[in-house]
Design a protein around this ligand. Structure first.
Ligand SMILES: C[S@@+](CC[C@H](N)C(=O)[O-])C[C@H]1O[C@@H](n2cnc3c(N)ncnc32)[C@H](O)[C@@H]1O
Length: 487
């Protein structure tokens, strides 16, 4: 279906999306957004922009499909592991000191995507024998459905995640299924953070001990960030905590919170009644307000990467979104926006760029991994020099358990660019699964060294929003495990 979309129509559609979801698109992200919107229009079989705007407003099914298309659901288990350590060492012990060990913690993973964050929290609580009720919500119906299913692929557990999660997984063919004992601790529902529907008794968002709202505020404009932050503050009981991700915009300006800023994220505590807001988190000794917020951090500052690397990838700081206000997909692949990779018989007049192919393949991989692999092979035939396509193919092959082909494909990706952090990381993961420990160690070590070329807050290419600091932590942990394994 041909979907013409001029600038004016595109802006009208993007405004309609922002008015319902808070997801804002900057002018420099419009080209990418256009591709996503065109794909969304095909998905709902609507070719006229005005009709789409109307249906988005008044037709629930169309609204849901569009939201599924335009949201970015990238996540994984124990993302930013130090934040989970903070929960274990400070938040749970803080709660226990006030309420006793048997009082259930009430927590909310707001914008949970496919559930990994909420389940990671459930695992932390299980390990600490801390009773917990976790609410997990997202605006995207597909994300909530996937989260309820709780089946994941190996790549969802990179870094140190597998160490924590392994005892709670059952292998089921190609996928790993989370055990019921963990699933039962979390209940999922749809909730749009842009709507003024929380705190409320009905949604279970009142009197919470912990809210995790990570990697979603980056998609909102400043006003929405403030409004969401204020509502989340009211969801907390006195003494309750709000955690954002290390790259999220700051909520320091919102009155009432005691703020603890660290290199690995900002922690906001609603003061206990009668306590001054800067002295509540007793026992927590951390640098306060140590990190400039991404909202105020200088942009476009030169980054210390090799010129070779700079040519291949544009480096962005977390908090600056890439081309996609929109799109989601599998671990480790950069998510930009683009059009659907067409079937052979509907070859487009203008050949698609490799980046466009990547997004299309990622979209396919969410529902049909075999189709995604076929598309990737076809795209490589058209763009044999794209290391990102080879990277993606290697990842798909690994997920399909075709490890020796995955290894060969990763080798090709490396041949095209030896300085790509994520290719080394993926290669290491493949080799680890093949039992090739020396080779795995070498690639993890290379990836770790390449991380040093970035500043901690830089987003690493071929990831969605993962910073050099996050990858460094994951790689350090992986290397530590390997060293322990090899004695
Ligand atoms: C990048 S994921 C973050 C997942 C997880 N919190 C993490 O940090 O790994 C962002 C999620 O925010 C969700 N989202 C975007 N806009 C939202 C809104 N208005 N209300 C609720 N969720 C939203 C998306 O659907 C997506 O699943």
């Amino acid at each position: 279906m041909d979907v013409p979309l001029n600038d004016e129509d595109l802006v009208t559609i993007l405004n309609a999306i922002e008015r319902r979801t808070g997801i804002a698109t900057r002018p420099d992200q419009r080209d990418a957004a256009r591709v996503t919107i065109r794909r969304a229009m095909r998905r709902v079989n609507i070719s006229r922009p005005s009709e789409l705007v109307h249906a988005f407003q008044y037709n629930a099914a169309v609204y849901q499909e569009i939201v599924n298309e335009v949201t970015i659901g990238e996540t994984y288990f124990f993302r930013e592991p130090k934040q989970f350590e903070f929960i274990r060492n400070h938040i749970i012990s803080d709660l226990r000191s006030r309420e006793g060990a048997s009082a259930p913690m009430r927590a909310w993973s707001a914008a949970c995507a496919s559930g990994e964050e909420a389940y990671s929290l459930a695992i932390v609580c299980d390990l600490m024998k801390q009773p917990v009720n976790i609410l997990a919500t997202d605006v995207a119906p597909d994300a909530v459905a996937a989260a309820r299913k709780a089946t994941y692929r190996d790549w969802s557990f990179r870094g140190e995640a597998m160490t924590h999660v392994k005892p709670y997984l059952i292998r089921d063919g190609e996928v790993l299924r989370l055990k019921d004992s963990i699933k039962q601790k979390v209940r999922f529902q749809l909730l749009n953070l842009y709507d003024d529907v929380y705190p409320s008794l009905e949604s279970g968002t009142q009197n919470l001990d912990l809210v995790m709202c990570r990697n979603v505020l980056i998609y909102f404009g400043p006003r929405t960030v403030t409004e969401v932050g204020q509502r989340l503050f009211r969801c907390l009981r006195p003494g309750g905590w709000l955690i954002t991700a290390s790259g999220d915009p700051s909520l320091d300006h919102i009155g009432g919170f005691a703020v603890t800023a660290t290199d690995y994220g900002t922690f906001y505590q609603r003061p206990l009644e009668g306590k001054a807001s800067d002295s509540v988190n007793s026992g927590v000794e951390l640098r306060r307000n140590a990190k400039p917020s991404p909202a105020t951090a200088p942009r476009d500052t030169p980054v210390s990467v090799s010129s070779e690397h700079r040519e291949n990838h544009s480096v962005r700081r977390r908090g600056e979104r890439d081309g996609s206000a929109v799109r989601s997909s599998g671990r480790g692949a950069r998510v930009t926006d683009t059009d659907q990779l067409p079937a052979a018989k509907e070859e487009p007049k203008t050949p698609e760029t490799p980046e466009a192919c990547v997004v299309s393949i990622q979209a396919a991989s969410r529902s049909d991994s075999a189709l995604a692999l076929d598309k990737c092979t076809a795209a490589i035939a058209r763009h044999p020099l794209s290391n990102e396509l080879h990277f993606l193919k290697a990842r798909l092959l690994m997920e399909a358990d075709r490890l020796s082909e995955a290894s060969q494909t990763a080798q090709k990706a490396l041949f095209l660019d030896r300085s790509a952090v994520m290719v080394h990381f993926l290669f290491g993961s493949i080799e680890l699964q093949r039992g090739q420990l020396d080779s795995a160690h070498r690639h993890f070590r290379n990836a770790r060294q390449l991380c040093d070329r970035y500043r901690p807050g830089d987003v690493v290419p071929f990831t969605d929003n993962e910073t050099a600091a996050e990858l460094t932590a994951a790689l350090d942990s992986q290397l530590k495990q390997l060293r322990a394994q090899s004695g």
